[in-house]
Design a binder for this molecule. Structure first.
Ligand SMILES: [Zn+2]
Length: 257
């Protein structure tokens, strides 16, 4: 597929960047990204991925839009209260960018559908709001050798990381062998979250997706970035492979089979 005149105009500001260029833009238009969750993180992720020309986006979400979502889930609007988030998000993408082939799946990501959905895509974005789903996505992305860009937000704090399968990279369970007890283990409905925080972390996730697809810049794999926006603190923490990790050690050839 080569870029049309309309493509060249729509994506001109991407194409001007030497790391992207016309070849990179074609690659983005040919790529397939799975976004789990069309909520506080998923909204900005989906909006930016669609705007900048990710050609195939699959959105998985089984919730309906509630009034209390609209303070941060900016892909939806007041008229859409009661509508499935997957459909509302797909509708937004169709209006924003007709180049994008959007696939909305109104199902909960589960052990039954996760392998198929993850396998059919190049990259996975975790915008879910609970640890059960985060573990499922991380395990299945690892097993299917798909790069995962995950983030979490609560109150004024957000974290983002990229998880890749490879000997030098830790897995999600190397860092979180058990559900953490800290405040990031809670969700927005119990802890609250400042409405703009998802926009910040979601934009970063969309950017990391582009970087991974085009293999440009420095990957976040093996690191976790933690932002405290109330106090303007930012930490980049190295995450090491846990040789005793109950999950990934068996895939690395030195654990229990
Ligand atoms: Zn591990």
């Amino acid at each position: 597929m080569s870029l049309t005149d309309l493509n060249l105009e729509r994506y001109s500001r991407n194409i001007l960047l030497p790391e992207i260029g016309g070849t990179g833009q074609e690659k983005l238009l040919n790529s397939k990204v799975l976004v789990v969750g069309a909520g506080g993180l998923g909204s900005p992720v989906i909006m930016y991925l669609a705007a900048l020309g990710i050609g195939n986006i699959t959105i998985v979400d089984h919730d309906r839009i509630e009034l209390s979502n609209l303070q941060r889930q900016i892909i939806h609007n007041t008229e859409k209260i009661g509508v499935f988030k997957s459909d509302s998000a797909a509708n937004f993408v169709n209006k924003l960018n007709p180049d994008v082939n959007v696939n909305s799946i109104t199902e909960k990501l589960s052990i039954k559908n996760a392998d198929k959905l993850i396998n059919h895509n190049d990259i996975v974005v975790d915008g879910s709001d609970n640890f059960e789903t985060r573990y499922l996505i991380a395990d299945k992305a690892f097993k299917n050798s798909r790069t995962l860009v995950s983030a979490a937000i609560t109150k004024y704090e957000g974290q983002i990381s990229t998880w890749k399968r490879g000997d030098k990279y830790p897995c999600f369970r190397c860092l979180f062998p058990k559900k953490p007890i800290n405040n990031l283990s809670g969700n927005c409905s119990s802890n609250g979250v400042i409405g703009s925080l998802g926009g910040f972390l979601g934009s970063l996730q969309a950017t990391e997706v582009v970087k991974e697809i085009l293999e440009i810049g420095e990957s976040l794999a093996g690191y976790i970035n933690i932002y405290d926006i109330l106090n303007n603190n930012f930490r980049k923490i190295k995450v090491n492979v846990d040789q005793n990790c109950k999950f990934c050690s068996k895939y690395r050839g030195y654990g229990n089979k």
